[in-house]
Design a protein around this ligand. Structure first.
Ligand SMILES: Cc1cc2nc3c(=O)[nH]c(=O)nc-3n(C[C@H](O)[C@H](O)[C@H](O)COP(=O)(O)OP(=O)(O)OC[C@H]3O[C@@H](n4cnc5c(N)ncnc54)[C@H](O)[C@@H]3O)c2cc1C
Length: 224
C-alpha cells in the first residue's frame, strides 16, 4: 500500500483559526489571517477541537494519492460520504499481466490456502484476458475480476471528515486493510499539522471506548 499526501491547504492551522475568529472579529478574514500570532492560532485551534465546534476545521482540506489497496478496501472507503473520490476505472483501463492482487496477511501466512488463493486470482485474470480477446468490452470482462484486485485512487477529505474517518477506521474494530490505510493517512497529515490531529484516532484515544460490546478490550496505544 502506498499512501501519499499530494496536496493540502497551505496553512491549515492559520486558515482554521481565521475561520473560527471571524465569527466575533470586527475586522475581515484577510486581516485576521495576516495579524494573528502563532500563539493565538494554536490556542484557537486547540479550543475549537476541544469544544467540538468543528465547522471551522472544514476549511482545511487534504488530498491523498492511494495505490496498492484492494477493491474490498476501496468499497469501504467510498462509504464515507463527505469526501471526494476518483478511482482507476476498470472500464477504461484494460489489464494484462500488470494487475496486482492484494493478499490478506491471514492468507499470506497460510501456505495451504495461499496457493489456492494465488491460483484463483491468476485464473480470474486469465479468463478476463480471454474475454477481452473474444471482443468483450472491459466494462463487462471486469465482472470476473476478484475483490482482491488492486486499485488506485485520489481522495480528498477536510479535517472534520478526516477526524471522523480516523475515529472509525483506525479502530481495532475496522478491518485490517482500511485500518492500515487510515493509519497511513493519519501519519501523513500529522506531519503537516500535528495540532489539528493531535488526538485523532479511535474513540479510546480521547476517552472511553465507544464500541460497547464490540470493543476489542485492548488499551489503545496513543498515536504520537
Ligand atoms: C467497523 C465497521 C463495520 C462496518 N460494517 C458495515 C456493515 O456491515 N454494513 C454496512 O453497510 N456498512 C458497514 N460499515 C460502514 C458504516 O455503516 C458507514 O457507512 C461508514 O463507516 C461511513 O461512516 P458514516 O456514515 O458515519 O460517515 P460519513 O459518510 O463519513 O459521513 C460523516 C458524518 O456526516 C454525517 N452524515 C453524512 N451523511 C449523512 C446523511 N445522509 N444524513 C445525516 N448525516 C449524515 C454523519 O454525522 C456522519 O457520521 C461499517 C463501518 C465500520 C467502521
Amino acid at each position: 500500500m502506498n499512501v501519499r499526501l499530494l496536496e493540502h491547504t497551505p496553512e491549515p492551522e492559520r486558515t482554521v483559526a481565521t475561520a473560527a475568529r471571524i465569527c466575533y472579529a470586527p475586522v475581515g478574514a484577510d486581516e485576521l489571517f495576516q495579524v494573528m500570532s502563532s500563539e493565538e492560532v494554536e490556542k484557537l485551534v486547540s479550543l475549537i477541537i476541544k469544544s467540538g465546534h468543528l465547522s471551522a476545521i472544514e476549511h482545511a482540506v487534504f488530498t491523498f494519492a492511494i495505490d496498492g489497496i484492494s477493491r474490498v478496501c476501496s468499497h469501504q472507503l467510498v462509504r464515507h460520504r463527505l469526501a471526494s473520490f476518483n478511482q482507476q476505472s476498470q472500464r477504461y483501463v484494460k489489464y494484462s499481466q500488470d494487475l496486482n492482487f492484494i493478499t490478506p496477511p491471514s492468507i499470506e501466512n497460510n501456505l495451504l490456502v495461499k496457493e489456492k488463493y494465488d491460483k484463483l486470482n491468476a485464473t480470474a485474470l486469465k479468463i478476463y484476458q480471454e474475454l477481452l480477446e473474444e471482443g468483450i468490452e472491459a466494462e463487462d470482462a471486469r465482472y470476473v475480476l476478484p475483490n482482491s484486485s488492486e486499485t488506485k485512487m485520489v481522495v480528498t477529505m477536510n479535517a472534520r471528515e478526516l477526524l471522523h474517518f480516523f475515529s472509525l477506521r483506525c479502530c481495532n474494530r475496522a478491518q485490517w486493510e482500511i485500518r492500515n490505510l487510515a493509519l497511513a493517512m493519519l501519519k501523513e497529515v500529522k506531519e503537516v499539522t500535528n495540532l489539528l490531529f493531535k488526538d485523532a484516532g479511535p474513540s479510546c484515544n480521547r476517552g472511553p471506548c465507544l464500541e460497547g460490546k464490540f470493543s476489542c478490550g485492548k488499551p489503545w496505544k496513543k498515536i504520537k
